[in-house]
Every structure is written in structure tokens, then in C-alpha cells.
Ligand binder design. Structure first.
Ligand code: BTN
Length: 240
């Protein structure tokens, strides 16, 4: 796969726009980057604030098998990219909030369309806070950026190119070697590992227990006080 970058000044959401391009038969490896998003999408019903100064991109993939850990993999790619600029302090809050010193610096939104059992278009959306210093909306976690952490301005295109280089290596490894390589790479970054957490499930039920790790299918493993271990596939770790 080769990346083909397309730059926009402004768009509603890079995920939405690349899906429109995908319907018009854009090739696998198309990468859409926009300086601003007017309706950046976050997980669930959240917005993703997308003013100038951040990196907002979507990658179009057409894998010939299901890749359940693609979003965890992308989280590791973001951390490995950012570590080149700030060496320490990054964690991934399951499933894919990138955290630096308890503040959120990046988020990932993978959206897949299936034809039968095979993914037709897989869109990997990623937003990284780079040079922004003001975040207008109140969010669960305070937002941070590379500039807020270091005081310096960064070259967004340099970070984009590094991200794509690391993404391609990780993606090819995932295709060749399977899930284990992703799980191993994710382990050192698991936020709140061995801590007591509360996880809110899709039906609003809350489970409390010790976060013991990530299961083979990418679920969150929680050891409850009654000794039962639960694996959560979809849910949200509540703020500490
Ligand atoms: C989250 O943490 O809630 C996920 C945020 C994902 C934001 C990125 S920015 C580029 C891409 N286009 C979107 O509309 N959303 C993703």
C-alpha cells in the first residue's frame, strides 16, 4: 500500500469526506488531512474540537480480513510518533484515548463498512493536538497539546509524515503477524493498569474492579472484588 495525501483547508469531518471519496472509488491508502474540521466527530455522540493547529486526518483502508485491534494499533502509532517530540508520559486509556499526564492529547475514531463478512471501507480517523493552546469546550478530561506540554511550536507536516511512516510499518506487521504483535506493543502504554477503575457499559451499568489487562480480542479485563474476571468489549473507563 502506498499513501496518497490529499490536503483540505476546511471540511466537515475528514472521516465523512474520505467516505464520500471512497464511494467514488478512491484507492486504498488515500489519506485526507484538513487544517480545520467544522464537525469533527469523536467517539459516541461527542464532537472533536478541530481548530487550526491540530492534525486531523483519515486513512482509507481495504483489508481483506477483519482487524479487530486496528484502533488499539493506531493508538500505539500515535504514542510512538509523539514520543519523538516528548519522550515520556504517554498512556492509552482503553480503548483509544491518548493521555499525557492525565490530559487528553489525541483521539481515534475507526469506522468500518462491511460487505458481508469482509470490510469494504475501513476509515481510520485520528486527531492530535499539536499547536493549539485553547480548547473551547469542557470535556471529561482536560485537553493538552504538544505546545502546552513543551512551550514550542511544531511542524504539523513533519508529524504527519512520521505518523504515516510508523502507521505503515505497524499495519504491515499486523497483517503479517496477527493480533499478538499489537497486544504486545500496546501493553506498556495501558493507562491505569492494576488500578481500581469504574467502567460504564453501553447499558449504563457500571462495573468496578482492578484493571488487569487487555484480552486477545482487545477487550478490557476487570477483576471484581468477588474474584470474578469480566472482559468488557464496549464501554468507557470513568474519569478518576
Ligand atoms: C475521540 O477521542 O473521541 C475520537 C476523536 C477522533 C477525532 C478524529 S479528527 C480526524 C477524524 N475525523 C473526525 O471527524 N474524527 C476523527
Amino acid at each position: 500500500m502506498q499513501f496518497k495525501k490529499i490536503f483540505y483547508k476546511e471540511v466537515d469531518s475528514t472521516n465523512n469526506e474520505i467516505e464520500r471519496l471512497a464511494r467514488g472509488n478512491a484507492p486504498e491508502g488515500t489519506v485526507l488531512i484538513s487544517e480545520v474540521q467544522k464537525k469533527g466527530k469523536g467517539q459516541g455522540k461527542n464532537y472533536w474540537i478541530s481548530n487550526t493547529g491540530g492534525l486531523y486526518l483519515s486513512i482509507l483502508l481495504r483489508p481483506d480480513k477483519k482487524l479487530p485491534l486496528l484502533s488499539l494499533m493506531t493508538g500505539v502509532v500515535v504514542v510512538e510518533t509523539l514520543k519523538n517530540f516528548v519522550p515520556r508520559g504517554f498512556y492509552i486509556k482503553w480503548p483509544n484515548d491518548i493521555i499525557h499526564n492525565s490530559q487528553k492529547i489525541a483521539g481515534i475514531l475507526v469506522e468500518s463498512r462491511y460487505r458481508g463478512n469482509v470490510a469494504d471501507n475501513v476509515i481510520v480517523g485520528c486527531g492530535i493536538n499539536i499547536n493549539q493552546t485553547v480548547f473551547s469546550e469542557v470535556t471529561e478530561y482536560r485537553a493538552t497539546s504538544l505546545k502546552l506540554i513543551t512551550g514550542n511550536d511544531f511542524n504539523i507536516e513533519e508529524i504527519l509524515n512520521l505518523f504515516l511512516e510508523i502507521f505503515l510499518k505497524s499495519y504491515n506487521k499486523y497483517l503479517d503477524l496477527g493480533e499478538n504483535i499489537v497486544l504486545e506493543s500496546f501493553k506498556p502504554y495501558l493507562y491505569l493498569h492494576n488500578r481500581i477503575v469504574k467502567v460504564k457499559l453501553y447499558n449504563d451499568k457500571v462495573i468496578e474492579g482492578k484493571l488487569t489487562g487487555i484480552s486477545e480480542d482487545g477487550g478490557l479485563m476487570i477483576l471484581k472484588s468477588d474474584g470474578v474476571c469480566e472482559t468488557i468489549i464496549s464501554g468507557r473507563i470513568q474519569a478518576q
